[in-house]
Structures are given as C-alpha cells and as structure tokens.
Ligand binder design. Structure first.
Ligand SMILES: CCCCC/C=C/C(=O)SCCNC(=O)CCNC(=O)[C@H](O)C(C)(C)COP(=O)(O)OP(=O)(O)OC[C@H]1O[C@@H](n2cnc3c(N)ncnc32)[C@H](O)[C@@H]1OP(=O)(O)O
Ligand code: NDP
Length: 293
C-alpha cells in the first residue's frame, strides 16, 4: 500500500511503542522510511523491541524511558528528542485500562487510568505542539482511541471518559493549531488482540462484547498491518486538509453490536473477585519490570 520512502524525513514519537499496537504501528512507520522514537516505563521491553524492529526493518528506532503520568518526565523526554532533531509526528498510544464495576473503583484506581490516558496524552501533545509552534514546524498528531468515544462503555468507565476527552481535544486543537499547520486526528480501533489489553479486559479468556470477534460484521479481529497502514496514511503528506477527525477501524463493530462490555452485567461478585485477582497479577508482573513510575 505504501513504499519505503512514504515517510522519509519523518521523525515520529509513538508512546507505549514497546508492546502491542504501538510496537506494530512502529514497525509499519519504520518500513515506510520514518525514524521512530518509542517510550514506556520498562527499559527491558523497549530495548528488546528496538532491537527486533531495527533488525526486521533496517530502520532507525530509539527509545526513551518515560512515565506519561508525570508531565516533567514527558517534557524531559521531548526535549531530549528535539535536541537530536525535531519530531514531525506524534502517536498518542500509551494507555492504562482494566474492567471493573464502577462502584468498586477507588480514587487511585480511577486516577491510574485518567492520569495515563487523558492527562498523559494531553501533556505529550502540549510538549510536542508548543515546540512545533515555537520552531514554525508543521506536524501530525494521531491519538489511538476506541469506539467508546461514541457509545460509552459499562465496566471501563474511566477509560471511556478519558478517551472521549482526547477525542474532544483532537477536534478543539485541530481548530486552534490549524493556523500553525498542525493537524490532529484520531483512530478508534475495534478488537486487535494484544497481551497487554487482553490480560486487563478479557482475563477469564471468555470473549464477550468488546473483545468478541463473532459479533464483528467482518467476523474477525483486526490485523496489525491494517491499523499500521491507517497510521502511515495519517502521518504521510498528501492529505494535509484532513484534520479534526476520529476514524473507526473496527470491521463495523460499533455500528452493528455492542462493542462494549454491557454483557458483563451477568457476572456475579465471585466472578468479579476472580477477574480482579487475574488483572492484579498481570499488573504486578508488569510493575516489577518498570524502570520508572
Ligand atoms: C476492543 C477492546 C477495546 C480496548 C480499548 C482500550 C484498551 C486499553 O487501553 S488496553 C491497555 C492495557 N494496558 C495497560 O493497562 C498497561 C498499563 N497498566 C497499568 O499500569 C496497570 O495495569 C494499572 C492500570 C493497574 C495501573 O498500575 P499502577 O498505577 O501501578 O496501579 P496499582 O496496581 O498500584 O493500582 C492503582 C489502583 O488501581 C486499583 N486497581 C488495580 N486493578 C484493579 C481492578 N482490577 N479492579 C479495581 N481496582 C483496581 C488498585 O487497587 C489501586 O487502588 P487502591 O487499592 O485504592 O490503592
Ligand atoms: N488492543 C485493542 O484491541 C485496542 C487497543 N486500543 C488502544 O491501543 C493502545 C495500545 O493498547 P495495547 O497495545 O492493546 O495495550 P498494551 O498494554 O500492549 O500497551 C500499552 C502501552 O502503554 C505503555 N504505558 C502504559 N502506561 C504508561 C505510562 N504511564 N507511561 C509510559 N508508557 C505507558 C505500556 O508500557 P509500560 O508498561 O512499559 O509503561 C505499553 O507499552 C491503547 O491506547 C489502547 O487503548 C484501542 C482499541 C482496541
């Protein structure tokens, strides 16, 4: 669909690029000629991904350890990248999420998700955007959202709220920063199974609602190159008039069936207890590998 020079001269930061969708998006950007920076909190994960993607694509990829819940950590990262040369693109991909009855969420549980998805994305956009404005550089920002920005979703309320806030930021800043030549768009993927998401959203292994491919009109999950191609298109030159849009890539899921967790209303308190234990075990394992945060 694209060639190895579609993104030549582009320098793109992918937050959360060490794993899952961020890693596969980075693979696509590199294969299209972009230089890529990825960030996250686990140095071992970032280093391994850089080695793998550099070997597979022959592209230039670098990592930064950064906790996007901390605005200072973001600003330090963006400053150190711009010292090597200005970015031309940003993909807001890092996120936190888990399924839980909303009544059982503590303030810290809510904040863990909001501070990553809403605040982290906003502060990253601000750190990159203000440098572009000062330097007179045009750029493309794409946020990785979810179709809950249109439907909402039970049992993942902090995520649905925070992603919707970034949808609103996308539309608002497309207007405010349009005169500077800065574009903001977003994508809203349907289910693309990843270890990180499935351990937090499908911890029983029994797909339902949002993680169920049988209710997708195309009767399958999304494939990583499909999402990577959309990201390449949104980072490439050629459709610069495209801004302020959120594009679903979900096989028609949200138009046909609840692409949400509404069906979890049938679970018992015991089921939820087991789910919480499974999610906490996954989170603890990831936490033990963190270099920051
Ligand atoms: C079609 C599908 C659409 C999918 C759309 C979106 C998908 C995604 O976004 S998937 C992304 C999945 N990846 C991640 O979540 C990676 C990052 N995750 C994390 O950092 C952790 O998993 C985290 C979210 C739990 C946060 O970790 P940390 O800040 O280290 O937090 P703690 O473990 O200390 O917990 C903070 C707070 O949260 C409460 N909590 C944790 N798990 C649960 C749970 N399952 N149910 C309810 N509450 C939970 C925890 O108890 C803490 O609160 P306090 O007890 O009050 O201290
Ligand atoms: N998988 C799916 O089906 C769908 C996913 N999405 C969206 O795609 C994106 C990626 O999800 P996915 O790949 O599935 O999940 P992952 O768990 O694999 O990715 C999350 C990434 O974010 C990073 N991250 C989390 N918190 C922070 C933080 N505080 N600072 C820096 N980095 C952080 C993690 O790295 P580390 O832990 O090392 O910090 C990890 O690399 C998310 O925005 C998600 O909402 C949207 C719709 C569907």
């Amino acid at each position: 669909m694209f060639n190895s020079s579609t993104l030549s001269n582009k320098r793109i930061l992918v937050t959360g690029g060490g794993t899952g969708l961020g890693k596969e998006i980075s693979r696509g950007l590199l294969a299209s000629g972009a230089e890529v920076y990825i960030c996250g909190r686990r140095e071992n994960v970032l280093k391994t991904t850089c080695e793998e993607l550099s070997k597979d694509t022959g592209g230039k990829i670098h990592y930064r350890i950064c906790d996007i819940r901390d605005p200072e950590s973001i600003d330090d990262m963006v400053e150190s990248i711009f010292t090597e040369g200005p970015l031309t693109g940003l993909i807001n991909n890092a996120a936190a999420n888990f399924i839980s009855p909303t009544k059982d969420l503590s303030p810290r549980g809510y904040q863990a998700i909001r501070s990553t998805v809403m605040d982290g994305s906003f502060y990253t956009v601000l750190a990159v955007g203000k440098r572009w404005i000062n330097l007179g550089i045009r750029g493309s920002i794409v946020s990785n959202l979810v179709t809950w920005v249109w439907t909402g979703s039970a049992y993942v309320v902090p995520s649905a709220m925070s992603k919707t806030a970034i949808d609103s930021m996308t539309k608002s800043l497309a207007v405010e920063w349009g005169p500077y030549g800065i574009r903001l768009n977003a994508v809203a993927p349907g289910p693309f199974p990843t270890e990180g998401a499935w351990e937090k959203l499908n911890p029983t292994g029994k797909s339902s609602g949002a993680t169920d491919s049988s209710s997708v009109p195309m009767r399958r999950y999304g494939e990583m190159p499909e999402l990577a191609n959309l990201m390449i298109f949104l980072q490439a030159d050629g459709c610069d008039y495209l801004t302020g849009q959120t594009i679903a890539i979900d096989g028609g899921h949200h138009l046909a069936a609840p692409s949400t967790f509404a069906s979890l209303s049938d679970l018992s308190d015991d089921d939820w207890g087991n789910i919480r234990d499974n999610i906490k075990a996954s989170a603890e394992k990831e936490k033990s590998e963190r270099s920051i945060g």
